[in-house]
Ligand binder design. Structure first.
Ligand code: UDP
Ligand code: MG
Length: 320
């Protein structure tokens, strides 16, 4: 019997994951073995870890795993922390350079259900270029994260970026998807939006989220806000148009106000509206202007980052 030639790569972004990295790799190797035994993927399928500038012993554990399992466990290390999105991009482009037919990204804490990997592969064999993992619920998220995430997806949809809610970075991408990714050089690429936008055949697989076994979340309020703002400004210019619309409405409103003032002054000969109205209007439009400037500033920041065209990340080491 000839062996299945589908070479699968699993990429794992890791930031300070010394508590889980070893057991995660061992679990995933077992999953790989199981799918190889069913002849759904090639026996030279492998795991590729991206150490996103960890300060703990994550990298030495990755080296140890590489020494134990050889080329089945590969990895690269950033010279500093660049954030989860950059680690994922480095993983995707890293395995593209090494070679694979499809790649699946999964978190180091294995909160996503590793048993869904086989279903991802089945969807790939049925012809999907992208298989997106959709969380069944957000039970494991904090109240704050759950509702801010919900608002974010609602907002993105309103702004014209049709990402399904409860989408995650647990996904399969085919070699074709990777080829397209390589052509996108933008620095602030937001992967969830990107893979949705390029229009390749996409399948959805639902999975249960487990609580984090060990260690703590590597995201805080600021990194989540930054990810959300980046997602919006990288994929939608609707906020800029809303500003323009507010401008037009304000001009119309002030025109009506001016009419009222003129009528009061020249027809009724009364003094126009009082101090309170003025102060409220001043405060309101002062705030509105600063808010609008802030939105424009966000886009300027994107342009600033893109124009410099700096490398997305610098790799320090690589184990192949
Ligand atoms: N991660 C990363 N760089 C960062 C933050 C997180 O590579 O700056 C990785 C982290 O090691 C994990 C994944 O991204 O593999 C998801 O992070 P985490 O589990 O902390 O996020 P949560 O599940 O709480 O959303
Ligand atoms: Mg997690």
């Amino acid at each position: 019997m000839s062996e299945n030639k589908t070479k699968l790569a699993i990429i794992i972004p890791c930031f300070n994951e010394e508590l889980v990295v070893k057991s995660t790799v061992e679990t995933l190797l077992k999953v790989l073995d199981r799918i190889i035994a069913k002849d759904k993927i090639a026996s030279d399928s492998y795991i590729y870890l991206v150490d996103d500038g960890s300060k703990d012993s994550t990298w030495s554990l990755i080296e140890e795993l590489h020494n134990t399992y050889g080329s089945r466990v590969k990895g690269t290390k950033f010279i500093r922390n660049y954030g989860n999105q950059k680690a994922l991009i480095a993983g995707l482009l890293g395995v593209k350079a090494i070679g694979c037919d499809c790649v699946i990204s999964i978190d180091a804490d294995l909160q996503q259900d590793e048993n869904a990997i086989e279903t991802f592969i089945d969807e790939f064999h049925k012809g999907a270029d992208i298989v997106s993992g959709i969380r069944n619920d957000r039970k494991t998220d904090s109240f704050f994260k759950k509702y801010t995430a919900l608002c974010f997806y609602k907002l993105m949809n309103l702004l014209g970026v049709k990402i399904p809610p409860n989408h995650s970075d647990f996904r399969l991408v085919s070699a074709r998807g990777l080829e397209i990714l390589e052509q996108y050089s933008e620095e602030g690429l937001f992967l969830r939006g990107f893979f949705h936008e390029i229009g390749l055949k996409t399948a959805y697989v639902h999975f249960d989220v487990k609580p984090r076994a060990l260690g703590s979340t590597k995201y805080n309020f600021f990194s989540l806000t930054s990810l959300a703002l980046n997602g919006i400004t990288a994929f939608s210019i609707v906020p800029l148009r809303i500003i323009a619309a507010i401008g037009v409405l304000t001009v119309l409103g002030s025109f009506l106000l001016a009419m009222e003032v003129i009528v009061e002054k020249y027809i009724f000969h009364t003094t126009p509206g009082g101090w309170a109205t003025l102060v409220i209007l001043l405060a309101f439009f002062g705030g509105l202007q600063i808010f609008c400037l802030g939105i424009i500033g966000e886009y300027m920041g994107q342009i600033f980052n893109e124009v410099k065209a700096r490398p997305r990340y610098i790799k320090d080491k690589e184990l192949l």
